[in-house]
Write a protein that binds this ligand. Sequence first.
Ligand code: ZN
Length: 253
Amino acid sequence: MKFTKRQIERYSRQIILKKIGVIGQKKLLKSSVLIVGAGGLGSPIAIYLTALGVGKIGIIDKDNVEISNLSRQIIFSTNDLKKNKSSIAINKLRKINPGIQFKSFNKKLTKKNINQIAKTYDLIVDGSDNFRTRFLINDYCLQNKKILVSGAISKFDGQVYTFNFSKKKSPCLRCFIPNMPVNPDIDNCEYEGILGTLGGIVGTIQANEVIKEILGIGDTLCGYVLIIDGLKLTFRKVKLNKRSDCYCNEKKG
Ligand SMILES: [Zn+2]
């Protein structure tokens, strides 16, 4: 793969970084990421991964844009109301960076379709809004030894997890949350509220984790959970141990 002059210019501020360089930028362009949910988290995740040159990006979301989304789902505009989120998001992303290969999935991620949809992606970013989907992605990535960067937001708070299941020691989401909550399909933002900026803070940290995992640079959050309190403005990195009686141990024998 040879860079064009335009690509060198576009990515010049990253290529100049010693830890990235031409080799790192090529790695990004050859990588593929599936973003689950084009919402408050998915918006900044998709915008950054597109702009900085992740070569292949898939977005899955079955919902249409609603007016109550617009306070935090910054990829959408008022004239996008009632249109499908994943297709609209990709139209906008193409304008940011036409050199990226995009695919939109206008459907809900389920046990039945996750294999087919996720198999061609190296890494999954979870920006979904409910526990059923979060657990489904966790279990899929665990079984297929894929990297998962997961985020959650509610009210003024956020959490970020990175699970690199190619590493034996990696815990999983179930190590931290052993049982599916009572109402796993509920979108907490709808019932508890959410300050729009939390999506930007958490989503941008997720995108940053994705890049570090692809490039193998820095220390990722694998083995920790980052707990963000947006009101006190504290970021706590808490060790997340693999639970000996967790599902992830059974799966790996
Ligand atoms: Zn586990």
